[in-house]
Design a protein around this ligand. Structure first.
Ligand code: FES
Length: 154
């Protein structure tokens, strides 16, 4: 289990009243802070809201924006929407996967990269495009992939 800052969590909880309707806002705030929903946070929230942990796992599994596992320092999101698909999103995804050494939906062992795909990242005119954390990169080519993910020379 990853160690998390319980004091910070308790501080977050103190802004809520402990009602069932607090669940989604709390999960969103916890995920914004930790980038996923740590097991310890789910336990604390369950106690705070007086609901079973299983209910929180059900809710967090239902909504695709919630993550139950930690992500890498760099979250690489490849768009697979229609505009990007017709302009080679699958090729871009496999090139990135090869470059960073991680499969779609997985995180590299050293926690440097997580690779995922989504339906649209809202920059269709730049297709095919990707995001690395909050930065958008458009009109991706094999060369751009190589430049973006090149391992710096020592
Ligand atoms: S389809 Fe890729 S950004 Fe919209």
């Amino acid at each position: 289990m990853v160690e998390i800052d319980k004091e910070l969590l308790r501080e977050m909880l103190s802004h809520y009243r402990g009602r069932g309707s607090d669940l989604i806002p709390l999960l969103l705030e916890v995920q914004a802070q930790f980038s996923y929903l740590p097991e310890e946070a789910i336990q604390l929230i369950a106690g705070f809201l007086d609901i079973p942990e299983g209910e929180i796992y059900s809710v967090s599994s239902f909504y695709s924006q919630f993550r139950l596992t930690p992500i890498g320092r760099q979250l690489v999101t490849v768009c697979r929407g229609t505009a990007c698909h017709v302009r080679g999103a699958s090729r871009v995804l496999s090139e990135i996967s090869e470059e960073i050494g991680v499969e779609e939906g997985e995180t590299r062992d050293d926690m440097e990269y997580t690779l995922e795909s989504v339906a649209c990242i809202g920059c269709c005119a730049l297709a095919p495009c990707i995001k690395v954390n909050d930065g958008v990169h458009g009109e991706m080519t094999a060369q751009k992939v190589a430049e973006l993910f090149a391992v710096p020379a020592n």
